[in-house]
Design a protein around this ligand. Structure first.
Ligand code: PMP
Length: 423
């Protein structure tokens, strides 16, 4: 027995896929960190709502009114799930990438951004129109806090600042010291945004308790379908900035002005950054996922994942040539995400063999975190492409990731497959 807690029912785990050897097996989706399968309950909730949907904020009809109420209600559900403060806003976006770009578009003038090089590109890149300080990869959570404190204290001139940090790495799965980083940011007059794309599906988020100013996550990693994400947090920067997208819904009043142009008065609520017809189904699905996870209880999810991680770690530990990637050390707490390399194997070939011979779906590559993967593989920094295979080191890695729906058999099959391929 691998786990003592039952997995949650999800879609896609009964799909049969062909094997190169001729037979077929059920697909083992071990790439939850890219996109998790939808919870069956989320799917059922969306299907039950689908006949009733109408345009929100626009229609006089009954279904439009109903949809508007449901859509607005989704914000409260998400705020509850994230542990938001009174007055925090929940903006529905397309994804984490979209949420962080939205936040980048509302930075006050002169804002300096602090970001670790270890971030996913969605958290590393949106700030490039601002002054950015890139922080070297720390080798422990304590070093992360010290590095940030030093950089914030050194900043000149002392003006508005934003720290962007991940809750759980999409490469190593390691947990970052969010509460301590938030305290450091605030002690130095900075704000902090939490990239919870990988954290939220596995671990409760506590915006108020951790004192983070904003949090971003994606529905498709939280057991909901694609197309919707969330930016939640402080209203002030959002309210004071130009809308992220210009258009209907964001504007309260538009009129021709005396010079023959148009003058616009923008909404000062969430509508300001949600121009156009919103993704109501996406928001509804996210709220359904939040409810399902809360009702299941994170204790149960965390417990199950701990058992699965322990099984994977134990299964890989004595396989010759398998190296698990880690910044904070082998025993650092992590969510169900783990990357590794295998001596003598090209990681892409290894991942392809897992798929073709065992029906296991993992990811190989650099995981949209090129600087981090380079540090993990080389223990070194430099321009991309500089690390070469001449010394036999890996250029990329293999990532296995799982979550609330993962049956024991998938993890067992993965461990067996790695052992068989290597030996
Ligand atoms: N941040 C992290 C830590 C991620 O893992 C991802 C997705 N891999 C993102 C941000 C971006 O999420 P999305 O592709 O849904 O915008």
């Amino acid at each position: 027995v691998v786990t003592t807690v039952e997995p949650l029912p999800v879609l896609g785990h009964d799909v049969r896929v062909p094997l190169v050897t001729g037979g077929e097996v059920t697909y083992a989706a071990l790439d939850y960190a890219a996109s998790a399968p939808a919870l069956r309950r989320v799917w059922d909730d969306v299907a039950a709502y689908a006949p009733y949907y109408g345009s929100v904020h626009r229609g006089a009809g009954y279904l439009s009114q109903l949809s508007t109420d449901l859509f607005e209600g989704c914000r409260a559900t998400v705020a509850g799930f994230l542990g938001c403060r009174e007055g925090d806003q929940v903006v529905f976006t397309r994804s984490t990438t979209d949420s962080l770009n939205l936040l980048a578009s509302v930075l006050p003038a002169g804002c300096r951004v602090f970001v670790f090089e270890t971030e996913h590109h969605a958290a590393l890149l949106p700030w490039r129109d601002a002054e950015v300080t890139y922080l070297d990869a720390p080798r422990s959570p304590a070093e992360a806090v010290e590095t940030l404190e030093r950089a914030l204290a050194d900043r000149e001139p002392y003006g508005p600042a934003l720290v962007c940090v991940t809750g759980a790495s999409n490469v190593t799965g390691e947990l970052w010291p969010v509460r301590e980083l938030a305290a450091a940011a605030h002690a130095h007059g900075a704000r902090i945004v939490l990239d919870a794309a990988q954290l939220a599906p596995h671990h409760p988020v506590d915006v108020a308790g951790w004192d983070v100013d904003w949090v971003a996550f994606s529905g498709h990693k939280l057991y909901a379908p694609f197309g919707a994400g969330v930016l939640a947090g402080r209203a002030d920067w959002l309210r004071e900035a130009e809308p992220y997208l210009a258009g209907g819904g964001a504007s309260r009043r538009v009129a021709r002005d005396a010079e023959g142009g148009v003058e616009v008065e923008w909404h000062d609520t969430v509508a300001r950054h949600e121009a156009g017809s919103p993704n109501v189904i996406g928001a509804y699905a996210i709220a359904a996922a939040c409810k399902a996870l809360q009702e299941t209880g994170f204790d149960r999810l965390v417990e199950r994942e701990r058992e699965l991680i322990a099984r994977v770690r134990a299964g890989l530990a004595d396989v010759p040539g398998v190296r698990v990637l880690s910044l904070f050390g082998a025993d650092a707490p992590r969510v169900g995400v783990l990357s590794f390399v295998v001596d003598g194997w090209n990681s892409s070939h290894f991942a392809a063999a897992l798929s073709a011979e065992y029906g296991i779906g993992v990811r190989d590559g650099l995981f949209c975190a090129h600087p981090l993967v380079r540090v993990l593989l080389d223990g070194d920094r430099g321009a991309p492409g500089e690390c070469g295979p001449s010394d036999g080191r890996s250029l990329n890695a293999i990532r296995v990731s799982f979550g609330a729906g993962t049956p024991d058999e998938h993890v067992e099959r993965f461990v067996r497959a790695v052992r068989e391929l290597v030996t």
